[in-house]
Design a protein around this ligand. Structure first.
Ligand code: OAD
Length: 244
């Protein structure tokens, strides 16, 4: 695996954090439906795609903020798993270019020690001012109407890239993928673009492409190689191969 590889891009998704106890979106036991209660305490279910949108935020900010408050609270109860740790070890030891691009909004890559990391879908522990665009670290509940310390407007929202919004740092990601010798996708269903399209750019520039996932994904056909199994086993094995 190591021969002739210098530049590596690793795309991670919800499957990487599944064994830490954070539910995925689309696999079995995923949170494709979120259970909440109305004002009278009656439970009802929301499709995640109906909660994670700019329209939902405008229509019902309390609901959207509560969804992300719950996710942020969960972070205190989870820890990085061997897959996060192996990627952090690879990041620390790899002498060439390396970029971990995560779709995950948890902070488990950082807690494991990864440094060369982009959160393309935002971060739970960040709040974004919808008025001035400033992002600030945020670890508590975030009620709608919270005032931005930068501009004074009551417009702080979760710093999450909603469906229909532009993911972060696309230029840097595109540059890295275009120079990759190896592109690895881990624990993502390949259902959400633009991340699902990175493999095609990587192939176009001649990179080797490898998918690690529990089940075959929607994008499996685009990868040269696929390995099926839990990330906590497959990722440490891959890192051992790469580091020799
Ligand atoms: P998904 O829930 O769509 O897919 C998770 C993938 O992980 C599935 O293909 C599972 O088979 C796989 N998986 C589950 N457990 C695993 C394990 N232990 N080891 C390896 N693989 C495992 O999650 P994403 O592809 O990350 O966007 O979803 C992409 C985006 O859709 C998310 O970032 C989120 C969501 O809407 C935003 O929040 C903007």
């Amino acid at each position: 695996m190591k021969n002739d590889i210098q530049n590596i891009v690793i795309l991670t998704g919800a499957g990487l954090s599944a064994e830490s106890g954070i539910p995925t979106f689309r696999s079995k036991n995923g949170i494709s439906y979120w259970e909440s209660t109305d004002n009278a305490g009656v439970p009802f279910f929301h499709r995640v795609e109906d909660v994670c949108t700019p329209e939902a935020l405008a229509r019902n900010p309390a609901l959207v903020h509560r969804f992300y408050d719950e996710r942020r609270t969960t972070l205190a109860t989870v820890s990085p798993n061997p897959a996060h740790e192996a990627l952090a070890a690879l990041d620390a030891a790899w002498p060439g270019e390396l970029l971990i691009v995560t779709q995950n909004v948890d902070d488990l890559h950082e807690r494991a020690g990864a440094k060369r990391l982009i959160h393309m879908h935002g971060e739970l522990q960040s709040a974004l001012c919808a008025a001035c665009g400033k992002a600030v670290p945020w670890t508590q509940a975030l009620p709608p109407g919270t005032v931005c310390m930068g501009c004074g407007q009551p417009r702080l929202r979760p710093d999450i890239v909603f469906f229909g919004e532009m993911p972060y740092q696309m230029d840097a990601i595109d540059e890295a993928v275009r120079h990759a010798d190896l592109f690895v996708s881990i624990g993502t269903s390949g259902a959400v673009y633009p991340a699902a399209g990175f493999v095609q750019t990587a192939r176009h520039v001649g990179a080797r492409t490898l998918e690690l996932n529990l089940d075959p994904s929607a994008g499996s056909i685009y990868f040269e190689d696929s390995r099926l199994g839990p990330a906590s086993q497959l990722v440490p094995q891959l890192v051992r191969e790469l580091l020799g």
